[in-house]
Ligand binder design. Structure first.
Ligand SMILES: CC(C)(COP(=O)(O)OP(=O)(O)OC[C@H]1O[C@@H](n2cnc3c(N)ncnc32)[C@H](O)[C@@H]1OP(=O)(O)O)[C@@H](O)C(=O)NCCC(=O)NCCS
Length: 192
């Protein structure tokens, strides 16, 4: 699919989603990613220096099966988040699925409309441009913020799985969410 070759720029009132620019974004993103709370319910480690952030951002750009964006605050022109989706795959029933998505937004921007606008842009791109039938996401059950944010956009949990989280060395429940275009259009995200 030719639309999958370049990272599209998506824009709304509060945010711009654009291709990650490693030299520009790394120093600023490192400041946000030092916050342990962002990492609480994810498998990754807190970066200890800007070089680590630089190499993580470079990795997100190079992983072939994902599309990754820097989330930019329109007011400051600076990075406040990262959002990525897996490229769509067709299952055996011909359903086009985005198998997973991940977003990390700087804590100072939580519950201020930035994630909602970013999510709305990404989902519009998935459903309208990529013609996906479903968007899937997997979240630890303890990650209340993420679960509420997904449910607000119309996601429904269809499966729970108990898994070992290595960084905590303990078992946690992973919730598998999915969203159809119909549920998205009916969701609170589309009517706020
Ligand atoms: C998950 C995350 C992106 C959510 O960002 P956010 O800006 O707080 O959430 P949203 O703006 O999308 O929330 C949308 C709605 O969901 C509901 N909601 C979100 N968090 C909630 C909470 N803790 N309690 C109750 N309702 C909540 C609200 O209705 C909210 O709308 P409102 O702010 O107008 O009331 C953010 O917490 C984050 O970056 N966490 C760290 C990384 C992470 O865990 N990512 C997800 C796993 S990959």
């Amino acid at each position: 699919m030719s639309v999958l070759v370049n990272v599209p720029t998506l824009v709304s009132d509060k945010v711009l989603l654009r291709e990650i620019n490693v030299p520009t974004d790394a120093p600023e993103w490192y400041k946000h990613m030092k916050d342990p709370e962002i990492h609480q319910w994810m498998g990754d480690d807190i970066p200890t220096n800007v070089t680590e952030t630089r190499s993580n951002l470079q990795k997100y750009k190079e992983i072939p099966h994902i599309i990754s964006w820097a989330v930019i605050n329109n007011e400051t022109g600076k990075i406040i988040g990262i959002y990525w989706i897996w490229k769509p795959i067709e299952n055996e029933d011909g359903v086009l699925i985005i198998p997973s998505e991940v977003e990390r937004i700087s804590k100072q921007y939580w519950r201020r409309g930035f994630t909602k606008e970013a999510r709305k842009l990404v989902y519009r791109y998935c459903f309208d441009t990529l013609k996906a039938n479903e968007i899937h996401a997997q979240v630890w059950k303890d990650n209340v913020n993420s679960i509420k944010s997904l449910e607000h956009a119309g996601h429904i949990c269809y499966k729970e799985e108990t898994k070992m989280i290595e960084r905590y060395n303990s078992l946690h429940v992973e919730c598998h969410f999915k969203l159809t275009r119909e549920e998205w259009l009916k969701s609170k995200l589309m009517h706020y």
